[in-house]
Design a protein around this ligand. Structure first.
Ligand SMILES: [Zn+2]
Length: 295
């Protein structure tokens, strides 16, 4: 699943192709991908101009001049493919749909766009497993819908200080730290890859009870989350499942990964073999020597 850096990469990439385009037509074949489409599409999507793209957690927000915003969550297998006259850009999980002709059987929503010179282009929302969604919401209500309200603070926002971060973590002080990091209501945007990376960097075992972490350990963890996200955004997201960014370039973060998908290889810090265990139901990569579980 795309995490914060991947969605940020999608947002940055698509911004230059979608900004100022007008939506001409919308097709969808799967109601659950677009639950409130009836009525809303004609009134607030058709003929609307795209003003800007934003991200909150792992969700993409497209603000329209109709006063509504189109929210998109790619979930497990979602994919956005933009096709212009001479341009094609895919973002999300690439399978054949990214390179093949569209729409295909994974296409859930097709949005036809026009620029000011009447050049036609298309944005396809493909989603094989159908967990992703699009939703139209009044722009002023975006922050108030349930999904957004429940989301924790953005780790890269200046208002999210280490004090805020620690307070959020300690809401679940009896849970293991990895489960807490994955909880989007505690802090937004962290998924499996980056949780493993940050915990390795901070020398914290993923099953450590959050309430037993020292102040210094939580501070260090927070610094590492920001560092790992920034590095990943700068390198175009991770390559998990051949994730590609909006320009069709594969992200390169996994080249920098220290533990994720590196089981059997030596830890860069101490030379011990990285192992894969299961924590919070997820495949988890650790150095058993650097990340000892302190009881
Ligand atoms: Zn180590």
């Amino acid at each position: 699943m795309p995490e914060l850096p991947e969605v940020e990469t999608v947002k940055n990439g698509l911004t230059k192709y979608l900004s100022n385009k007008t939506i001409l037509a919308v097709d969808y074949d799967w109601d659950k991908s677009f639950p409130n489409s009836k009525g809303y599409v004609d009134n607030y999507l058709i003929e609307a101009k795209i003003l800007k793209l934003r991200r909150r957690g792992k969700a993409l927000i497209i603000d329209l001049d109709s006063g509504y915003s189109l929210l998109i969550h790619l979930k497990m297998t979602g994919q956005l493919v933009y096709k212009g006259k001479d341009q094609k850009f895919g973002a999300g999980h690439p399978n054949d749909s990214l390179v093949g002709s569209l729409p295909d059987k994974s296409t859930r929503v097709t949005i036809k766009l026009s620029d000011d010179n009447q050049n036609i282009s298309t944005l396809f929302f493909n989603d094989q497993r159908k967990f992703g969604w699009m939703r139209l919401v009044p722009t002023i209500e975006v922050e108030n819908i349930n999904f957004m309200k429940k989301l924790g603070p953005e780790p890269l926002e200046p208002t999210t200080t280490s004090k805020v971060f620690k307070q959020r973590l300690l809401r679940r002080k009896n849970s293991g730290i990895k489960a807490v990091l994955l909880d989007q209501t505690v802090i937004a945007g962290i998924g499996n890859i980056y949780a493993d990376e940050c915990l390795w960097m901070s020398k914290i075992h993923p099953e450590t009870r959050t309430g037993s972490l020292s102040d210094a350990a939580m501070n260090k963890l927070f610094v590492h989350i920001k560092q790992v996200f920034t590095t990943s955004i700068n390198s175009g997201g991770s390559t998990d499942k051949n994730y590609v960014n909006a320009d069709g370039q594969k992200g390169s973060y996994l080249k920098f990964a220290k533990v994720f998908r590196r089981e059997g290889q030596p830890c860069e810090r101490c030379g011990s073999e990285i192992i894969k265990i299961k924590v919070a139901g997820r495949g988890t990569h650790i150095c058993p020597k650097c990340q000892r579980l302190k009881k």
